[in-house]
Design a protein around this ligand. Structure first.
Ligand code: A2P
Length: 316
């Protein structure tokens, strides 16, 4: 198993199971299959709507002795409607109760965006709380106290650009330890990755396979495919592995954590075996040449008419 290290010396398994879009009714078995296949890192979030089912699976695994709590690394994320400090503490409590855990290994601010408690998807302009009214630096104070209390062993952010990270760092007492962002060969995010490395912030790559199971409302008609890309398929052919494994090996070799989602037992195991694949520098270069700044999760749902947030604010 491959690991990355936080500045305090604790480790995060580089390959984790993604659970965004894992349907209730399927995610229980996916978590069991993943842990049985060797996964020790599970990536969750309150907004995925499946944390209580994941909690059932974790409890089953822990009670049966298949795995010990200290060997698991469980991440969750604070949803945008709970950025007020009091609400953030309650949200962590709810996530811990749903996951049936005493502590999280990592808790992230899901987006640098605040919405009202009762905002419903798709969002309208009046659903938002502006960054002036509720800056994420205020939420970060709550995250810091969660770390101090031990309820979250590590704290970080997700979907943060360099300018937003700079804003956060300037006022932070405790540094963010992780930035989870979309990352794959079509969106290598070199500059952001370097910035994070320079500031001792680890990076987790989400949507590493292109998240083609997103709802159609979130997809462009002409969206490119990573798994069907000729270069990626060519490398997979040369290495006698699958295109998904090439994508995961690329992320691992760059030094990011990576969280492919699957609820299929065979693909869960296949993705885990990507840790055994080594790409040559020539193959890494070919993958690097695909970088074209294509975002599958483009964040446009945060910028309806009247929203105080823009794509420029989000991505820098
Ligand atoms: P499934 O859950 O049926 O395996 P991402 O991690 O980028 O969000 O991508 C998730 C999508 O990729 C899901 O549709 C998932 O389907 C699919 N997927 C996961 N692993 C593989 C794999 N090894 N090969 C092909 N598709 C995969």
């Amino acid at each position: 198993m491959k690991y990355l290290q936080f500045t305090d010396g604790t480790k995060i398994p580089q390959l984790g199971l993604g659970t965004w879009k894992s349907a209730p009714g399927e995610v229980y078995q996916a978590v069991i299959d993943a842990v049985n296949a060797g996964y020790r890192h599970i990536d969750c979030a309150a907004i995925y709507g499946n944390e209580s089912e994941i909690g059932e699976a974790l409890t089953h695994l822990l009670k049966s002795g298949s795995v010990k709590r200290e060997d698991l690394f469980i991440t969750s994320k604070l949803w945008n409607n709970a950025h007020q400090p009091d609400a953030a503490h309650l949200a962590l409590k709810k996530t811990l109760s749903d996951l049936q855990l005493d502590y999280l290994d990592l808790y992230l601010i899901h987006w640098p965006i605040s919405i009202k408690v009762d905002a419903g998807f798709p969002f309208t302009g009046s659903d938002f709380i502006s960054p002036e009214e509720l800056p994420f630096t205020v939420t970060w104070k709550a995250m810091e106290s969660m770390k101090k209390s031990g309820l979250a062993r590590h704290i970080g952010v997700s979907n943060f650009s360099i300018p937003n990270l700079n804003k956060l760092i300037r006022s932070a007492e405790l540094m963010p330890e992780m930035n989870q962002v979309e990352m794959h060969p079509f969106l290598a995010q070199k500059e952001l990755f370097h910035f994070c490395s320079d500031h001792d912030i680890l990076v987790t790559a989400y949507s590493p396979l292109g998240s083609s199971d997103r709802s159609s409302g979130m997809k462009a008609d002409d969206e490119p495919s990573l798994l069907q890309n000729e270069v990626i398929q060519g490398i997979a052919g040369d290495l006698d592995c699958s295109p998904a494994q090439v994508l995961l090996a690329w992320a691992l070799q760059r030094g990011t954590a990576v969280i492919p989602k699957s609820t299929n037992k065979g693909r869960i195991a296949e993705n885990f075996r990507a840790q055994d694949i080594s790409l040559s520098s020539d193959q890494m270069k070919k993958l690097e040449a695909l970088d074209g700044t294509y975002r599958f999760v483009n964040g446009k749902f945060w910028t309806p008419q009247g929203s105080p947030y823009t794509l420029e604010y989000l991505w820098g």
